[in-house]
Design a protein around this ligand. Sequence first.
Ligand SMILES: C[C@@](O)(CCOP(=O)(O)O)CC(=O)O
Ligand code: SF4
Length: 395
Amino acid sequence: MYLTKEEEKTLRGEDGETLRKMIEILVALGDIYGADALIPIKSAQVSGVSYKTIGDAGLEWISDLKGKVRVPTVLNPAGMDMNNWERLGIDPKFAAKQIEIIKAFGSLGIEPKCTCTPYYLNGFDVQYKDHLAWGESSAISFSNSVLGARTNREGGPSALAAALIGKTPDYGYHKVENRTPSFEIIVDFETAGSDYGALGYVAGKMVGSKIPLFKMKSVPTKDEMKMLGAAMAASGAVALYHIDGVTPEIKDKEFVYEKPAESITIDQKDISAVYETSNDSTMKPDIVTIGCPHCSKAELEMLAALLEGKTVVKEFWIFTSREVAEQNKAIVDKIEKSGAKVVCDTCMVVSPAANSYSCMMVNSGKAYAYVPSMCGLKATYGTAERCVKEATGEI
Ligand SMILES: C[C@@](O)(CCOP(=O)(O)O)CC(=O)O
Ligand code: SF4
């Protein structure tokens, strides 16, 4: 891989040990995947933040680094609400470790914004064709597909390396020729709301890491596309998808592609099967959660309306970023009047808070895929309306 004189100097260790280690990671990836150079990135999003997922080894690795990030950088959710961790019963020992992790990132110049929806943050805007180095799979899918930006599926270390160097190797999804759809999916029935999470859950299992091109009857909102992409990245490994007539790249006349060789049709019954778990009497939820990925303002508004005048009878946790919660205090207050809890900086998957429950109802295909393996609870799938009814004891 070609390196500039400046990059070679960094690789020789003349800019310090941390930057040497970081550029070494980028050069190794570039060499493996055939990149010809490093290219500048606009922003980075670093995954591997929760003490639950990275443990002491991760904390030690981050603490050993020195330097400052060269591009705006935010973090994936931590293992707890950083301002109010007692509320969900987090062990103080866990909390102390989590605080250390966020401090270690902070000393590298990373703001303590812990969210899987960085695209909602002010000053963290993403434009069509921007090059990024993001680590959270749902955010990667959203930026590549819905925003038409370009990022590979970075791991925690490679996203952090890109943030500290300000560059990433130019391979994979950074190259337009690797963004061509390779699998057509026809959805010829109306879809809305949590149908997109269920659709993503089903589609992800079929396409693996290919690039699907959807032909859909309905036109999804951005929030619905967020749910679709998050689920496909969890049940499969989809980092980029297109929707005919909807997503920006496929509408771009300069984007040249051929009709995918493989095509499948997803039926309404495939989607209904995902919802069916909620009718199983052995799957009675003792906790309900929403916000995987983190809720947008519109989703908080929808929940506030659904909860109006109601009181929850079981734990109901709603996850969002601190910034979205702080900008929408009145909506958060309305939600919390019901007894539901709006929780920031974390989520049902990366926090240990839900581990003692036995069955969780979610409206997210991604959470549905991950809660059993990452939290050890059973998971059941419902619409947002059904989640509210479950939490308020109406069913
Ligand atoms: C499950 C996930 O959303 C969150 C946990 O990952 P991590 O702790 O940020 O590495 C990661 C992902 O899907 O990229
Ligand atoms: S809410 Fe979902 S998408 Fe966001 S970090 Fe948690 S598991 Fe990942």
